[in-house]
Ligand binder design. Structure first.
Ligand SMILES: [Zn+2]
Length: 168
């Protein structure tokens, strides 16, 4: 073999070994990531909430949903006056969107329980507490009609927006 040929051969093999190591590294990396996401799904449990957009209720609703549904994470779907929209069941575009988002939460995050929220001083639904509780019960029927096999829990947040209570 000429000297040039030898040099080429050595370079070729060095390049080949480098690429092979590279491939092994990335395969290992991808594998590790796969295991990681499986573990994440096993370790975490998720519920979903149909909440108002009001800033004051976000924290108590997340905490209340975690507690009542015994989960450590909550998917959040928001709408101003959520219970009014769900109870009236007229704005088809919004209702379809809620249904799709709950379905995603169920299929992708393993959600089995959904909370529906009404609260004191709601700008999206400025009616009495009694009327809002009626809306909550009607909203439950709308979500039940989605047939997603989820348990539904109704929540009410009163002033001063510290905690969510369950409405039976
Ligand atoms: Zn509101």
């Amino acid at each position: 073999m000429s000297r040039q040929n030898k040099q080429f051969s050595v370079r070729f093999w060095l390049f080949f070994i480098f690429m092979a190591l590279n491939a092994l590294f990335w395969m290992g990396f991808i594998n590790a990531r796969g295991n990681d996401s499986q573990q994440t799904q096993e370790q975490h449990t998720c519920a979903c909430t149909l909440n108002c957009m009001d800033r004051r209720v976000q924290r108590p609703v997340e905490e209340g949903t975690k507690k009542e549904c015994r989960v450590d994470g909550v998917d959040v779907i928001t709408q101003a006056g959520m219970v009014k929209v769900l109870a009236e069941n007229e704005k088809k575009f919004l209702i379809d969107n809620f249904r799709e988002e709950i379905e995603l939460s169920v299929k992708e995050h393993g959600t089995k329980k959904v909370t529906i929220v009404a609260h004191h001083d709601c700008v999206g639904n400025p009616v009495s507490k009694e009327k809002q509780i009626e809306h909550l019960r009607q909203a439950k029927k709308t979500v039940e009609s989605f047939n997603l096999g989820v348990e539904i829990i109704l929540l009410w947040v009163d002033a001063p927006f510290k905690k969510a209570e369950v409405i039976k």
